[in-house]
Design a binder for this molecule. Sequence first.
Ligand code: FAD
Length: 442
Amino acid sequence: MPDVVVVGAGYAGLCAARRLRRAGLEVVVLEASDRVGGRTLTSRLSGGWAVDLGGQWIAPAHTRFTDLARAYDATTFTGHAQGDNLFLSGTSRRRFPGELPPLPPHTTALLAAALRKLDRLAHRTLTTAQAKQLDSITIATWLRRRLPVRQARRLAEVILGAELSVDVASVSMLALVTAIRGANGVKSGVEAETTAALFTHGADGPAQSIAAELGDAIRLNTPVTSIHDTGNAVRVAGIRAGHAIVAVPPPLAGRIHYDPPMPAARDQLTQRMPMGSALKAFAIYDTPFWRADGLSGLALDLDGPMTFDTSRPDGPGVLCTILTGPAAQQPTELDAAERRAAIIQSLVRGYGPHAARPVDWREKNWADDPYCRGGYNAYFPPGVLTSVGSALRTPVGRIHWAGSETATEWAGYIEGAIRSGERAADEVLQAKARFAERTEPD
Ligand SMILES: Cc1cc2nc3c(=O)[nH]c(=O)nc-3n(C[C@H](O)[C@H](O)[C@H](O)COP(=O)(O)OP(=O)(O)OC[C@H]3O[C@@H](n4cnc5c(N)ncnc54)[C@H](O)[C@@H]3O)c2cc1C
């Protein structure tokens, strides 16, 4: 009988299994889809190039992911950052150098003050009353109070909404403060964004390497529909094991049938944590032609997508467009050709007629994925964290919870997924050690 069954072969599940295997335990990983990597998915292009349809950026502060990349020889490169960025709003198109679009000094000062306030909140130990107050409002409400100037507020809404992949009017302010705390504050979080690198051969490389190491312990095409905890063992998809680690996003964990049923708080939590929406598209060109025009490839559109130059230094030109929240939901009503035409139209607006003729095209709408049902991550609407949030990581009997959403640091990132998997593995190892202590003869 295996010691542990892991449900889900994203980074969280794979890293849990890797740690347990290295501690000498027998592990089985059950993965619903026909591949490992979960919300990282590398699409291979002709000529040996690759683009990442899911998670792609890694920052120096992502220390566990960096260690993993190093351990499996996954090389990275820094994206192109020279040239002007673009700021699109309505019919206006403006170029700007630096990180923030040009704003009147008063507006910039208001934004800076709001960021300082956010940082203070993230570093402060909140009283129960303060936590409840922050959890009773959305990010949008907080921004309305702190940023009375419409232009500054809209910019903050768009940037934060893109970061969280959901409309800021849907997310608890306490969840934002918690996420910033998990990134070690505003400065560290912003630094992670600005120093992030991309994987030369794709962000799912280390995941593939772990899977190769785990060999036939991984069973693909095995969706878990029920978990039975008998008290002495768990039964999952016909396998009996000592413990289960469920390493899938909370809303998908909530779709699994548990016997005995989950405690009320855990079930309420998974009912109340929806997935964000993210659609990612790559237009591939023979060359990064926009650079000749002095453009960096980064565009911020107040009404829709963000675009990035993710070309490898020695490769073809690659423009990565990311639509999140409501902007990701609208194009799903279009068919594939219409959706592609709409995204290309926005690229033409930014980069001129040359952008109309990509030589290749890749896209993925994560809400369509039957085993993710959205992206980047699940989020906390108001009132969830302070009522049932404690059920996020608390094991139930022999069932433990992993997944990026359950991380205390870098939740929502691949880094968080890795750390959560390792934490869940440690929980199982500790539980086994406690049991061994109890059964040891005098
Ligand atoms: C478009 C997009 C862009 C992103 N960009 C970045 C980025 O640049 N940098 C970054 O750090 N993070 C990024 N993220 C977030 C990051 O990818 C995720 O937080 C992380 O990969 C989640 O890993 P996980 O192991 O927790 O979950 P997942 O990767 O979702 O893994 C869960 C696995 O469980 C499987 N599964 C689900 N249900 C079942 C079931 N019932 N039975 C068996 N298996 C099941 C799924 O198929 C999946 O393989 C992005 C995400 C998306 C979608």
